[in-house]
Design a protein around this ligand. Structure first.
Ligand SMILES: [Zn+2]
Length: 138
């Protein structure tokens, strides 16, 4: 996940509210707000990406007891019931799901390829070999 970030900084504020559904199932209402600095996959610069998640999670003991109506219901996500919930891992998953898989500026250019090629030539194994060869014959 950190690979996708241009800067490790930034903050996310979160708000979690526990509830019990009509069917006596525990629910968590999540709200996440923040701005991430992602690495643009084209120019490699940073892209500010505002994150906003609103999600309702419902914990069920036995997935098979979900009705067809519930499975098709997009208003909430169903998760297997657990005695303890790792809130940080849960929030992390929500953030990863909410971030774009390939962050990019709407408009930007590729990095200067000529410059990149020069750097590669200088440090390539072939140029090192050439230098070495020159030393041996002298
Ligand atoms: Zn870019």
């Amino acid at each position: 996940m950190l690979d996708a970030l241009a800067e490790a900084g930034g903050a996310v504020s979160y708000w979690i509210e526990g509830r019990i559904s009509e069917r006596e199932r525990p629910r968590l209402l999540l709200r996440l707000d923040g701005v991430f600095s992602l690495r643009c996959q084209r120019c490699l610069g940073s892209v500010a990406y505002p994150l906003q998640v609103r999600n309702l999670l419902e914990f069920v003991g036995d997935e098979s007891r979900l009705t067809q109506e519930e499975i098709e219901d997009d208003s909430r996500d169903f998760l297997p019931w657990k005695k303890e919930i790792d809130v940080v891992a849960l929030l992390e998953d929500e953030i990863i799901l909410a971030l774009p898989p390939v962050p990019r500026h709407e408009q930007c250019d590729f990095p200067d390829l000529k410059y990149a090629a020069d750097v590669n030539m200088k440090s390539s194994p072939f140029s090192m070999l050439r230098e070495l060869k020159g030393k041996i014959t002298q």
